[in-house]
Design a protein around this ligand. Structure first.
Ligand SMILES: [Fe+2]
Ligand SMILES: [Fe+2]
Length: 361
């Protein structure tokens, strides 16, 4: 016999119904089924680089950055998941940004955590964060933490492209918080630090006195282990990844997987809300599932990711999403592939909600 809807079984008198309505009260059995994010059926989905590139080239031709409205002077194409309106997932926002030769994406700061992962860069393409110029060379990852001024300056003669990754859907939609935001009075913030300053302060030698100026200013002062401005150069990251592969066995689900750590404490996650990994795949991984969402960017190579009944076939610079609680595994084609893995797992872990499992044999 089909199970009856509990709501239909419960007959309240019209007097009780009226009272509930008058007093803005509802019984739990009616409330419970309406709980949960409106975007509760996130789909596995993929954006092919050729499509992104063609589209964003057209946007670049149509729209110089200076013609965009103040506060939105970023030329970005945002992958939108089916059924959603503003992002690729419920927690992680990702966009593909371009800055043409000679252009500047003007300086601003905000409450959301953000980073750039360079797709096509140049030593003269710079993200300026907290007074320092960070060159954006291919596959470099640069943090632009909460409430730090950041602008993007292209002094090269080539268009530069990168991924913006922010925790905007979590901040704006799930927490219903505002992304406190401020534009700098100047288009380009003054460069006040020598190149390499921020990275140097979080290495094996650290400031011995208490007068260090590495705290996050403004409304985020006093937060635990703030993520500093930092450039993870690809040269160094890939060297670490290869050393790992040459000397160890891979993780069954993620391959050879190196986490980008918060430089203040040497531990993942990079941000309190998002964690990032460089993953080298040399063989097919085993299948698992977890309640955290994963978003991927293909750094190099080709292959497929099996998600539930679907197969997402990917090649270089494609972007794809693995929804929560879906069985998934990765399968590189040929020799090897490297993925940038992005996940909201730290949010789940912070509240003891993270769960992961593999199907039983
Ligand atoms: Fe920003
Ligand atoms: Fe996974």
């Amino acid at each position: 016999m089909a199970q009856q809807d509990p709501e239909e079984r419960i007959e309240l008198t019209s007097e009780t119904r009226d009272l509930l309505e008058e007093n803005d009260l509802r019984p739990l059995w009616e409330v419970e089924k309406t709980m949960g994010n409106v975007y509760d059926d996130l789909q596995p989905d993929i954006w092919k680089w050729a499509d992104i590139k063609e589209t964003i080239d057209n946007v670049e031709e149509d729209m110089p950055i200076e013609e965009l409205p103040p506060g939105f002077q970023r030329r970005v194409a945002v992958p939108i998941n089916t059924g959603m309106e503003n992002a690729i997932s419920n927690t992680i926002y990702l966009g593909v940004q371009t800055v043409s030769p000679g252009e500047t994406a003007p300086s601003h700061r905000h409450g959301a955590n953000a980073l750039r992962f360079t797709i096509d860069g140049h030593e003269d393409m710079k993200t300026v964060v907290a007074g320092e110029e960070f060159p954006m060379e291919n596959n470099d990852l640069i943090t632009t933490p909460q409430w730090e001024w950041h602008d993007h300056v292209n002094d090269s003669d080539e268009t530069a492209m990168w991924l913006d990754v922010l925790d905007l859907p979590l901040v704006l939609d799930s927490l219903n918080s505002s992304n406190v935001f401020e534009n700098h009075e100047l288009e380009r913030q003054p460069v006040t630090k020598t190149q390499g300053y921020w990275d140097s302060q979080f290495g094996q030698a650290r400031p011995a006195d208490e007068s260090k100026d590495d705290g996050i200013p403004g409304p985020f002062e006093g937060i635990r282990d703030p993520t500093p401005p930092h450039r993870f150069s690809w040269e160094e990251t890939v060297r670490t990844l290869r050393q790992r592969a040459d000397n160890n066995t891979p993780d069954p689900y993620d391959g050879y997987s190196m986490a980008y750590v918060n430089p203040t404490n040497g531990q993942p996650p990079l941000f309190p809300t998002m964690s990032f990994r460089a993953q080298l795949l040399q063989e097919a991984t085993e299948t698992h599932f977890h309640n955290a969402t994963e978003v991927y960017f293909v750094i190099e190579g080709e292959g497929a990711t099996h998600v539930g009944d679907e197969t997402l076939e990917w090649s270089q610079w494609d972007i794809f999403v693995v929804p929560p609680n879906e069985l998934h595994s990765h399968e590189p084609d040929g020799e090897e592939a490297i993925l940038l893995g992005m996940t909201d797992r730290p949010v789940f872990e912070a509240f003891n909600f993270y769960a992961e499992s593999a199907p039983s044999e």
